[in-house]
Write a protein that binds this ligand. Sequence first.
Ligand SMILES: Nc1ncnc2c1ncn2[C@@H]1O[C@H](COP(=O)(O)OP(=O)(O)OP(=O)(O)O)[C@@H](O)[C@H]1O
Ligand SMILES: [Mg+2]
Length: 263
Amino acid sequence: MASTPTLFATPVAAAPAQHTAAAAGSRTPMLKISDLRVAYGGIQAVKGISFEVLEGELVSLIGANGAGKTTTLKAITGTQPVAFGGIEFLGRDIKGQGPWDLVRQGLVMVPEGRGMFTRMTIVENLQMGAFVRDDDKQIEADIENVFGIFPRLKERRNQLSGTMSGGEQQMLAMGRALMARPKVLLLDEPSMGLSPLLVDKIFEVIDEIHRRGTTILLVEQNASRALQLATRGYVMDSGEITMSGAARALLDDPKVRAAYLGE
Ligand SMILES: Nc1ncnc2c1ncn2[C@@H]1O[C@H](COP(=O)(O)OP(=O)(O)OP(=O)(O)O)[C@@H](O)[C@H]1O
Ligand SMILES: [Mg+2]
């Protein structure tokens, strides 16, 4: 995966090397969620959760269907109203800000279902990803970098994205998010619906993006893979965070293994 570093955030020295909360403790919080509550009508989907993502971390948020993971990401990115609680990005309160403003500041989400512009080509979708930027000259180079990560997209650059396979759409969604040069990337179930080979490829790319310095919050039902890549993890169940810790410790925890790793 040879490409210039421009597409990625400034690398944090040895970011993935230390997988302990203590090592993470010396770093700056990029994202800080405090007592977040979100409801759909009378139904509380998120019931007062708190967590943070520190600079250079890859944090995995795992949990069963309906736990409230997507709702949490939507609340952070301003597409779902927040009933109560605090959301800070880079030390600033961002509650109530919309997704476009947040992308401009470097908080970028790849949604569940991917959210392509289906009537645009691959190249047009990638250009849209860079709409918040004004450095036109770099955009072409960044598109080439995305093609370096996902050669499949290059082969099909003029294909309408709506006609691509699920795996190709996931690659495009991630490529488009990178075009915004995110400081924090929020990924909602990137491996969902992909063949085993593509699942491998997607996790490999997530690892690569992280190692090059982008901070990542990864929501996944594939708990095993998500925790293997992560610095730390949080387990969400019925709208609450029930466990948290170093990813390695969660992977080894008998309760996590029984409930989420199919053992
Ligand atoms: N638009 C909505 N209106 C009403 N209820 C909703 C809405 N979206 C989600 N919910 C409910 O909120 C709860 C949390 O849903 P959410 O999509 O956040 O879960 P999730 O953890 O992302 O699940 P999955 O792993 O299946 O994607 C669920 O009970 C869901 O039915
Ligand atoms: Mg979800």
